[in-house]
Design a binder for this molecule. Structure first.
Ligand SMILES: CC1=C(/C=C/C(C)=C/C=C/C(C)=C/C=O)C(C)(C)CCC1
Length: 290
């Protein structure tokens, strides 16, 4: 594993340990780390999608890219408005694929790739969502009632874990032990944490940072002198636009929505920017493999 990823995972683990030791039940701790990781790693990892396929993009190329990006967002927004349950199901499936995919940046999967990604992503997502089922249920309440789904949690978690490990072992027998240990340790920890902290630790340090590290590795030859500084500079504009847009919309809807509805609305906004990001990231990672 490359340095930064390992350090990131250690930071993620330290936040979890700090929570268990000193801040159990402290929502301020949870919100502070949620915001910090989101702003510094979560959003920025998707802010250079325009450079992934064309590192030297020109103005015309950028407009074409933005037209595609915004069209996907608008089509998905229409789906959220008219068929919200389908939009939610699509979000969970896309996210499982996308999260799973980022576990294999340094490990080649050749056989049953899509299934492997989806199963491993489903495992982590379900650990996070079912680990704090009461809050997940409350967040989704305004959209659907998942009360009777509590019992499905363990079979889904164990089933996705077993099948994912089976497929990883089928692809890379000598590396499977690493994924097993990580999935078991992280599964236990994420399951015990409150939803938002669990989500942001996994999202930040197991998904966004490894993805950003890969973006940097591939793009750095196009960054001239001061590669790291130039990379950070390139992340800035779309990070600021995304955060500003999310902030503005949350501020506008703040007066009409309950706190739980606002959190769900926040995740719907994340889903809207994630849809094109997942697509471009998929193209980037698969192109790199071929
Ligand atoms: C945590 C959470 C949810 C799922 C969030 C997901 C799936 C986020 C995925 C983000 C991605 C894929 C970002 C891209 O890089 C729900 C079920 C919406 C509502 C309850 C809280």
């Amino acid at each position: 594993m490359r340095g930064i990823e390992l350090y990131g995972k250690l930071v993620g683990l330290s936040i979890a340990i700090l929570y268990f030791l000193f801040f159990e039940g402290n929502t301020t701790f949870e919100y502070i780390f949620f915001a910090l990781v989101l702003v510094t790693i979560g959003i920025p990892h998707g802010a250079i999608d325009h450079l992934l396929l064309s590192p030297n993009i020109n103005t015309k190329g950028l407009f074409k890219f933005l037209a595609k990006y915004i069209s996907i967002i608008l089509i998905y927004l229409v789906l959220w408005i008219y068929l919200p349950l389908l939009a939610l199901a699509a979000f969970l499936l896309m996210s499982a694929y996308h999260f799973g995919q980022s576990h294999f940046i340094n490990f080649q999967i050749n056989k049953l790739k899509t299934a492997t990604y989806i199963l491993l992503g489903t495992y982590y997502l379900s650990v996070i969502l079912w680990g704090d089922f009461a809050y997940t249920k409350n967040l989704l309440e305004s959209m659907l009632n998942i009360q009777n789904m509590e019992g499905y949690g363990l079979p889904i978690i164990i089933g996705s874990f077993l099948f994912a490990i089976l497929l990883i072992a089928y692809n890379q027998p000598s590396k499977a032990y690493y994924f097993i240990i990580e999935a078991v340790v992280m599964g236990v920890i994420l399951y015990q944490l409150p939803l938002l902290l669990s989500f942001i630790i996994y999202f930040g340090f197991w998904h966004a940072l490894p993805s950003m590290n890969e973006e940097y590795r591939v793009l750095k030859k196009f960054l001239g002198k001061n590669q790291f500084y130039s990379f950070i500079k390139k992340l800035m504009p779309f990070t600021a636009i995304s955060l500003g847009g999310i902030w503005m919309l949350l501020a506008i809807f703040y007066t009409w929505m309950s706190p739980n509805e606002l959190v769900l609305f926040f995740f719907i906004l994340i889903s809207l920017i994630s849809a094109p990001h997942i697509w471009f990231m998929h193209m980037f990672l698969e192109k790199k493999d071929s």
